[in-house]
Design a protein around this ligand. Structure first.
Ligand code: PMP
Length: 350
């Protein structure tokens, strides 16, 4: 037997959403990707970085991703010392656990939300605690003071889509003894966010991704905003060249083109709200969503049946076998045409 650490031997590993590789056309609504291409400025910036012969790729990228940090800092109204760039927000979530939770120490998150936090904690050998939700989407049994090292709050919640109010984030910041990480992967689609609260609460970290609202899942770009002491710690432990040259070119161009970004986000929000109404016409129960996805349950509350029937029609949505989620499906918001085709299929499936 190879001499693995016990926790690595025993862990299951995270399984991301299914990626078809059969060369067929799928309507892919299972990983909350953006249906629109990134800003044309992104492609231009990448081509510019590549140049005629790609010679710049000989050299390492800027280790600190300074241009990206500056652009993000300008956009979010903070000093660049408050920002770190990451190879997808997953990287920064991983580094937060490595920085704050030692072996045997506890982290917590909400169930259901993003279960990758648990995988990252298992790798580190940290203990994982979860808090459920009441039927009013409040945290069930959350103590007056949580003594673990990190508490992850996915806001808007994924996969359910509802958002916690800002006052609740403020209250939580006071009740969490360790770090409160607000994972705002979907906040660009929401009415509100907690980013500016990093100035008010020194234990608050806000993470963002360019995978969804900026259509850049394929480039692996994320970031975190927090006090400079936190950012400096994360800088010590990240891969020193964590963003490649093309990703660095892309992130600056994407963040700069706010006009394209806003149009794209607005279109997805409109499609989401229209699709939610149409699902309810089909007697689905739908949770009001602040993300680029909807969590919806068919009248018979059999998510697997509808998942399979959509799959037969090459429409891919996300089904979770977890008992807390098996009654429904998470459906990412695609183009209006993709959503119309999905509605047609759902009408047929019944
Ligand atoms: N947080 C949440 C809640 C997510 O759904 C995702 C995407 N699966 C991520 C973080 C990670 O995003 P990325 O690594 O693509 O930035």
């Amino acid at each position: 037997m190879i001499p693995l650490r016990d926790n690595i031997r025993n862990m299951a590993g995270y399984v991301p959403g299914f990626q078809p590789d059969d060369g067929q056309d799928w309507i892919k609504l299972n990983t909350n990707e953006n249906p629109y291409p990134p800003s044309p400025a992104v492609r231009e910036a990448i081509l510019r970085e590549l140049g005629e012969d790609g010679a710049r790729l000989r050299q390492y990228p800027d280790a600190a991703s300074r241009a990206g940090r500056q652009e993000a800092a300008r956009l979010y109204g903070v000093d660049p010392a408050w920002v770190i760039m990451a190879n997808g927000s997953d990287e920064v979530l991983n580094n937060l656990i490595r920085a704050f939770a030692g072996e045997g120490e506890e982290i917590a998150y909400v169930h259901p939300s993003y279960s990758y936090y648990a995988t990252l904690a298992e790798i580190q050998g940290a203990r994982v605690c979860t808090f459920g939700l009441t039927d009013k989407w409040e945290l069930d049994g959350f103590p007056e003071r949580y003594e673990g090292k990190l508490f992850f709050l996915t806001n808007p919640n994924a996969p359910l889509g509802f958002a916690y109010p800002r006052e609740f984030i403020e209250e939580l910041a006071g009740r969490v003894a360790g770090m409160l990480v607000v994972d705002e992967a979907y906040a660009d689609f929401a009415d509100d966010n907690a980013l500016d609260l990093v100035h008010k609460y020194e234990n608050l970290v806000v993470t963002r991704t360019l995978s969804k609202s900026y259509s850049l899942a394929g480039m692996r770009l994320g970031l975190a905003v927090a006090r400079p002491e936190v950012i400096a710690a994360l800088d010590k432990i990240r891969d020193h060249y964590n963003l490649d040259r093309l990703a660095q070119a892309a992130v600056t161009a994407a963040l700069r083109d706010q006009e394209y970004f806003s149009r794209c986000v607005q279109r997805i929000r409109e499609t989401r709200d229209w699709f939610s109404v149409e699902l309810q016409v089909l007697d689905y129960s739908v949770i009001p969503s602040q993300g680029n996805y909807l969590f919806a349950s068919p009248p018979d509350r059999d998510g697997k049946r509808v998942y399979d029937a959509l799959y037969q029609r090459r429409i891919l949505v996300r089904y979770f076998s977890d008992p807390a989620l098996a009654h429904g499906l998470r459906i990412s918001i695609g183009t209006r045409e993709e959503m119309m085709a999905t509605l047609d299929a759902l009408r047929e499936i019944g």
